[in-house]
Design a binder for this molecule. Structure first.
Ligand SMILES: [Zn+2]
Length: 114
């Protein structure tokens, strides 16, 4: 009878120790979860900032193409139109679009060769 009580006591002690270990693990997991959540929030904020910067860069990047039509009117990528008394944008020393400020690229009118 005494042996059985001693065995039960030992088993109880082992169970208690294991439970304490599991509690420690659960606490560590919660701490880690909170740490990762903080990192996730910071990463999401940085991502949002990066997206804003990309939008700004995309607005200033690229070229504005001025495409000449058959009447000598130059239609711009940014939705404007321009005419010259004489010559092309380049021959008039225009390096940038005067509407959107992007580098200007010329596309001279070419007759259809059909
Ligand atoms: Zn433009």
């Amino acid at each position: 009878m005494s042996d059985t009580i001693t065995e039960l006591k030992d088993e109880l002690l082992i169970n208690k120790t294991m439970l304490a270990k599991q509690c420690d693990l659960a606490r560590d997991a919660e701490t880690e979860r909170m740490r990762l959540h903080t990192i996730l929030e910071r990463t999401q904020e940085e991502l949002a900032e990066a997206k804003e910067q990309i939008d700004v860069l995309l607005k200033v990047a690229g070229k504005c193409t001025w495409k000449e039509d058959d009447e000598g009117i130059w239609d711009t990528t940014c939705g404007e139109a321009f005419t010259f008394i004489e010559g092309t944008p380049g021959e008039n020393d225009m390096k940038y679009c005067c509407y959107c400020s992007k580098p200007l690229e010329e596309a001279k009118f070419e007759e259809d060769t059909e």
